[in-house]
Design a protein around this ligand. Structure first.
Ligand code: X8Z
Ligand code: ZN
Length: 623
């Protein structure tokens, strides 16, 4: 489970009120909403500094207790989706939301009281730590919980008919990554999106309830509440993401232009013209969010391509899912961090169980906010999951590092930090030098492979950035009312075009609800965090490499085995959410803000190369 703001059980799953992504069909969802426990006492703490401190201590104890209970229920549902586990989860999520909303309301009583800085921060976090608040009227939290569990469940159990066979997202994703037949990729792209039209009305109702709750907490709408979680004014945060995107956009446009031209060479004008947007299903990923799977299509034709394929290396070395996770752990322990506890291995879900419905979207859990850390994945032996394993373990190592903080500070400095830890480690773990050190690669390729390597990295990292931005741009407009339910799908397609320069393979049906076919929408996991993480991981990487005394190009640097860097990184992680995030950033990097210059520095040689490849071609697209 993930709780956002407040401590955090899991990363990538969701927020407290919404939890997980599990599923069963709509028909099996409980028709009546479970009742929640009796409300706790209110107003028992005097409006004074001492009263505020006592209130906060009491709130932390109550939240810690309920969150652990909720996390265990959520784990059971996410790893075994049935009518009953959904029923239980809806009930506990409603209870959690009610407690959070009640505490947020009570925290406001201390608005005008002079209190120590840490108490003020905790009072603020009580208000900011709810992803989807319910209004304070009977039945609202229960209705919200019922909807969010149903949305989540519909996604997790989604299947569609493909060539006479019912297939899951795993099957479809694998085929989409491998197929180079545009009729096949189109069928898979459109097929997966047949699971989501049924979600649209629920989604619209959920937005109404959450907005009502957000307004009661003093926010204009739920999007404004989400933007308030970054130790700055919500508007300033939105402007900050614009500024970062402007820093990276020219590079994305260069990559887009090059990839478009190679797709045109491969598929011809009828499938992919050499101008305008790219057809989204040709990029090897169900949401076109990472394009690394089509490296073979876009590999340099002169000057040498990459001599290895990560998936092949893993298969040839006989890796299985557990060995992938052990290898990930090995990177973290090489930094001087402790091995994962035995219970991690006993309790994690590492592969998809055959006998039941589960939530496959990867997540990392901190069930008791102390030692009971786990991952939940349906790991496959391929390059994508090699990355994902390092990503998830980053969440677990962060959770472990801040476990001695008070409850309300047990979280990332901001949610982008939580997503960036494992990605930062992954930047080293994907270097040929490291792959050679662990025996996956026989020799370390020379400089001639720098461009192919950087191209592969850019296909995942740079291609991701506009997607990382557009998901919440869509949601911010939905929450503000700028986009109405009737316009949900058109607004999604418009954002794809505006930010990513992509179009669906064909016209979308009138009832389409394409956002619902992306986990984080029915799962209610805010998404700007991933955009930030794609900036932060490079800031962390550049700082770590400097600390390690590395003077070569950034993309060749690996911090594997460097305990001194590990210790400094852990010191930042141990801070949790106890201080505004710029202080955590400064503690490790010496920089105090968001800065995309490390991204451009890392990829600089590739940008020069892409500019050359694109010479004479008109780049860009009309939005
Ligand atoms: O959801 C995730 C992680 C869990 S926090 C697997 N990611 C985003 C996604 O899959 O859309 C990691 C990268 C972006
Ligand atoms: Zn994550």
């Amino acid at each position: 489970m993930k709780r956002q703001l407040m401590t955090a059980a899991a990363a990538c799953t969701l927020a407290i009120a919404a939890v997980g992504c599990a599923g069963m069909t709509n028909a099996t969802v409980p028709a009546t909403v479970p009742q929640t426990a009796a409300p706790a006492q209110t107003g028992t703490f005097p409006v004074s500094a001492a009263g505020a401190a006592a209130f906060v201590a009491d709130a932390e104890a109550r939240l810690a207790d309920l969150f652990e209970y909720a996390a265990r229920v959520q784990w059971v549902r996410a790893t075994n989706i049935t009518f009953d586990t959904m029923w239980l989860e809806s009930r506990v999520n409603a209870e959690v939301t009610e407690l959070q909303v009640q505490l947020a309301g009570e925290a406001a009583r201390f608005n005008d009281v002079q209190v120590p800085e840490d108490v003020r921060r905790k009072l603020n976090l009580l208000r900011l730590g709810i992803v989807l608040p319910a209004p304070n009227r009977p039945g609202a939290a229960a209705e919200l919980a019922e909807i969010t569990t149903r949305l989540d469940s519909t996604y997790a159990t989604g299947k569609f008919n493909y060539q006479g066979r019912e297939i899951t997202l795993d099957d479809a994703s694998e085929m989409l990554a491998e197929s180079r037949d545009p009729a096949v990729t189109r069928a898979l792209y459109e097929g997966w999106r047949t699971i989501s039209p049924v979600m649209r009305d629920d989604y619209a109702r959920m937005v109404e309830i959450a907005n009502e709750g957000s307004r009661e907490l003093g926010f204009a709408d739920t999007g404004a509440m989400w933007r308030a979680g970054y130790d700055m004014e919500p508007d300033a945060f939105a402007a900050e993401t614009d500024r970062l995107w402007e820093q990276v956009k020219p590079f994305y446009e260069n990559l887009h232009c090059y990839v478009r031209s190679r797709l045109n060479a491969r598929y011809g004008d009828a499938v992919q013209p050499d101008s305008g947007p790219i057809r989204a299903d040709l990029l090897g990923n169900m949401w076109s969010q990472q394009w690394g799977n089509i490296y073979d299509v876009v590999a340099p034709t002169t000057g040498g391509a990459s001599s290895y394929d990560m998936t092949e290396l893993l298969t040839r070395a006989d890796y299985d899912a557990t060995k992938m996770v052990r290898t990930g752990e090995g990177f973290y322990t090489s930094l001087g961090l402790a091995a994962l506890p035995e219970t991690f291995w006993e309790r994690s879900q590492i592969t998809r169980p055959r006998d039941r419905e589960v939530v496959c979207h990867a997540s990392a859990w901190d069930v008791d906010n102390l030692d009971d850390i786990r991952i939940k994945m349906c790991t496959q032996v391929n390059a994508e999951d090699f990355y994902t394993v390092h990503h998830e373990l980053g969440h677990n190592y962060y959770q472990r590092a801040y476990k001695d903080q008070p409850f309300l500070f047990k979280n990332g400095a901001n949610d982008g930090f939580h997503e960036a830890i494992g990605d930062f480690v992954g930047l080293s773990a994907l270097t040929p030098t490291y792959l050679n050190q662990i025996g996956l690669l026989d020799t370390v390729p020379g400089e001639a492979e720098d461009i192919p390597f950087l191209l592969k990295m850019a296909l995942d990292k740079i291609a991701f950035m506009p997607f990382g931005l557009m998901v919440d741009r869509w949601r911010w407009d939905v929450f503000s009312g700028e986009t109405s339910p009737a316009g949900y799908n058109d607004a999604w397609s418009a954002n794809m075009l505006k930010y990513q320069g992509l179009v669906p393979p064909g016209p979308r049906p009138a009832d389409a609800f394409d956002p619902g076919a992306k986990y984080h929408i029915p799962g209610n996991t805010p998404y700007t965090r991933y955009f930030l993480a794609h900036i932060y991981q490079f800031q962390f990487h550049r700082a770590a490499c400097e600390q390690a005394g590395w003077t070569g190009p950034l993309h060749r640097c690996s911090i594997y085995g460097n305990e001194e860097v590990g210790q400094r990184f852990n010191a930042m992680m141990e801070m949790g959410q106890s201080r505004p995030w710029p202080e955590a950033m400064a503690a490790f990097t010496g920089e105090s803000g968001n800065d995309a210059s490390a991204v451009t520095e890392y990829f600089a040689p590739l940008n020069v190369w892409l500019t050359e490849q694109n010479r004479g071609k008109p780049c860009g697209w009309e939005a």
